[in-house]
Design a protein around this ligand. Structure first.
Ligand code: ATP
Ligand code: MG
Length: 353
């Protein structure tokens, strides 16, 4: 029996609705599978926790999390209670940084029954591997004044180690998919970091002769997402480019409420963290209508991460059968509640052959 110890942090807002839904789904999978067990421990770390304790998590919070196989997070943030920079840096970003979750992966795929703005949505099935720790989002730079002019300077940081790590992850991922990696670049405009990025990509690709590659400038690449989505399998991108591409990907999927994500610690020294793309959505919290699919798809990514790819595929097939039959929450044009959609997924999982 394989037992996975998961730290569940529902967090704020609809995180408290969709995390329990996804846990029910995972427990159902474990019942069906027999050989796999999840041991969930729930932590109430959130903005409400902050109001009571003056911190988003206890002082030894990271030590506690360290003993788990992975972290399953809902959403963090409630501007009415705690400023976003306090809540995010006190929990989400703290975990990402301290646990060296240097890669962010976001699959984007249009599934049956969900309206996408694309003309040929069925061709859209890709994964963006985003470098998550350096690049354009650096804290290096400053402001200078020249006469009456005001100049802001922002430096991007691309280490060979960080760049190579993201690229290798992308190639490994592609080797289990359609065996193609696209590098998102802009070496025709950014003259130091991007030519470096290109040269590392070329070097790394030599270690993966079975995988075809191409590189696209980020502007053209964004357009191809819409006009020629079948060009792509895995895309490796810097922090900023990846950020933009993944929001585009989520929009093409049909709703932010569907999009899954994972923050990966590549060397396995610390647990990885699985959290959907969407936030705490205070506008719909408490109404019972949050779309649970983003969190459930994120659970599928966690299954994949633990080598349970067959179960992950089964789960997504079941979700797709549910959407295809019109069990949709309001954000994707339906009338169903979080619970109704989740129950439908659970019932079908039980009878899935
Ligand atoms: P954050 O700053 O935490 O990322 P945000 O305010 O930018 O959050 P979300 O909280 O994701 O973004 O909400 C953006 C919009 O999408 C809101 O109108 C929200 O209701 C909607 N939304 C987000 N997630 C879901 C979901 N799972 N189901 C339905 N609607 C959702
Ligand atoms: Mg918000």
């Amino acid at each position: 029996m394989k037992t996975l110890k998961i730290a569940a942090i529902p967090g704020d807002g609809i995180g408290k609705e969709v995390v329990p839904a996804a846990i029910d789904v995972l427990n159902t999978i474990s019942e069906i599978h027999g050989g796999l067990k999840f041991e969930f421990t729930e932590f109430p770390w959130s903005c409400e926790y902050y109001l009571e304790h003056g911190d988003m998590m206890p002082k030894d919070g990271l030590d506690i999390l360290q003993s788990f196989d992975s972290i399953f997070l809902g959403a963090v943030g409630n501007q009415h209670l705690v400023p976003d920079h306090v809540s995010l840096w006190g929990l989400l970003i703290k975990i990402r940084r301290e646990f060296e979750q240097t890669i962010n992966i976001r699959p984007a795929k249009v599934i049956k029954g969900i309206r996408s703005p694309l003309l040929n949505p069925k061709d859209f099935d890709l994964i963006v591997v985003r470098e998550n720790s350096e690049g354009e989002y650096s804290e290096i730079g400053g402001k200078i004044y020249r006469g009456e002019d005001e100049i802001a300077i922002q430096n991007a940081v691309f280490s060979r180690k960080g760049t190579e790590r993201a690229m290798r992850y992308a190639f490994e991922l592609a080797s289990r998919r359609k065996k193609h990696v696209t590098s998102a670049t802009k070496s025709n405009g950014i003259v130091y970091s991007m030519p470096f990025w290109d040269s590392v990509f070329k070097e790394v690709s030599k270690d993966y002769p079975d995988i075809s590659t191409d590189h696209q400038h980020i502007d053209a690449l964004s357009a191809f997402f819409v006009t020629q989505p079948d060009k792509f399998d895995v895309i490796v991108a810097s922090n900023l480019f990846g950020d933009i591409l993944t929001d585009l990907g989520a929009a093409i999927m049909g709703s932010i409420g569907i999009a899954p994500a994972a923050n990966i610690n590549v060397n396995g020294k610390y647990p990885s963290m699985f959290e959907p793309v969407h936030g705490s959505a205070p506008d719909i919290f408490g109404k019972g209508i949050a779309n649970p699919m983003g969190q459930i798809w994120t659970a599928k990514m966690m299954l994949d991460h633990f080598g349970e790819e067959e179960l992950g595929t089964t789960l997504l097939d079941v979700v797709e059968s549910v959407t295809n039959d019109g069990f949709l929450t309001p954000d994707i044009g339906g009338q169903y509640t979080t619970k109704e959609v989740t129950d439908e997924i659970i019932n079908r999982l039980k009878t899935f052959k």
